[in-house]
Design a protein around this ligand. Structure first.
Ligand SMILES: Cc1cc2nc3c(=O)[nH]c(=O)nc-3n(C[C@H](O)[C@H](O)[C@H](O)COP(=O)(O)O)c2cc1C
Length: 329
């Protein structure tokens, strides 16, 4: 069993990564149903929360069936981070996570996200401010360092543990790498093997198959793994990995029926949560992923991403079911 503060997770848990514009309640519900053990919200701006920005506030929505679930915040100002942690606490998540990994310029420029990888003292102060302002377990997600000449994750891990974080997730890339190249998990394993480190260490970066998950589990000896992109349009990845760990065998691939059901649920739950117009528009970005690899799907996709009336989108999904389940039999 893995413990984050008082939260108990199964042995070698699979975490769903926080992903902006992706990890919202409808998507999280799908991942939960398919085996994610711990999930996070999209990152939320501490300044936005304090300003009471609608968009930031809406990201605080969590539901009991998602538990354990964490809310992720980011920011470069200690006071704002402390205040936003207090706001987060009011919605009673299981933990609060700090984002020190976002490589995007608009975040980094404000000294937030991966920006603090250049200033460990600031990172420690921001973390301390959050830990001191909440009774929730605080976790951190970060990268290896700013660039390959300044890999500082070893010092970062020790110092953040010392100010009270309860788990650390490390994406095996530097800020300079953005999403390029391959994630390097060796430094993550080195953090885990540091005898001074006692908190759970989760690895993140490029896990996209049961084989790779098992290989990395065995090779790096971490406490669990976090999965991001591979879960987009493919929430089945969590149970597929778990089954492979347990049996060495693959679960059957999702059928067309499974895919249609997932896409349809995603749309329904998005409409329930965001309202019809936004729900329809924001689910559009997911269809390609749900139906990846299906030949001659383009025409259907084209219709799904242009129709405004949910009933019409469901009708196309019905057509997809009819047409492609015959083909795949
Ligand atoms: C669309 C997208 C949005 C992301 N948003 C966030 C975010 O809000 N907070 C965060 O810590 N990381 C964010 N990330 C990074 C992921 O959490 C993860 O670290 C990264 O994708 C590597 O994992 P993967 O190879 O399994 O995708 C985002 C990644 C993607 C692709």
């Amino acid at each position: 069993m893995v413990k984050i503060g008082t939260i108990e997770l199964p042995e070698f848990p699979l975490l769903l990564a926080p992903m902006e514009d992706v990890s919202d309640p409808p998507f999280r519900r799908l991942c939960k149903e398919h085996g994610a053990d711990l999930m996070y919200s999209e990152f939320i701006s501490s300044e936005g929360l304090i300003r009471d920005a609608m968009k930031s506030r809406q990201k605080l929505d969590i539901f009991d069936y998602e538990r354990p679930v964490g809310i992720q915040i980011f920011g470069g100002d200690e006071e704002a981070m402390a205040m936003s942690a207090k706001i987060v606490e009011t919605v009673n998540p299981d933990l609060v996570d700090i984002n020190f990994g976002c490589p995007v310029k608009k975040v980094v420029c404000k000294g937030a996200g991966a920006g603090v990888l250049k200033d460990i003292d600031l990172m420690v102060r921001l973390t301390k401010a959050v830990v001191n302002s909440t009774s929730l377990p605080v976790t951190v997600k970060t990268r290896l360092g700013w660039d390959e000449d300044s890999i500082n994750i070893y010092e970062v891990a020790e110092r953040l543990q010392d100010v009270g974080i309860k788990a650390l997730t490390i994406h095996g890339r530097t800020r300079a790498q953005m999403y390029k190249g391959e994630a390097d998990w060796e430094p993550i394993a080195k953090v885990k093997n540091n005898p001074r480190i006692s908190i759970p260490i989760f690895g993140n970066g490029d896990i996209d198959s049961p084989e790779k998950a098992l290989e990395y589990k065995n090779k790096y000896g971490l406490d669990g793994i976090m999965i991001g992109r591979a879960a987009i349009g493919y929430p089945w990845i969590f149970n597929e990995i778990k089954h492979f760990f347990a049996t060495g065998e693959h679960l059957p691939a999702p059928t067309i029926e499974d895919r249609v059901k997932a896409a349809s649920n995603h749309l329904t739950w998005s409409i329930d949560w965001k309202g019809e117009r936004v729900g329809v528009v924001e689910t559009r970005r997911h269809y390609t992923n749900y139906f990846k690899g299906i030949p001659h799907f383009k025409e259907y996709r084209q219709r799904m991403v242009t129709l405004d009336n949910p009933a019409d989108v469901y009708a196309v999904l019905d057509e997809v079911l009819e047409k492609f389940s015959i083909v795949s039999q």
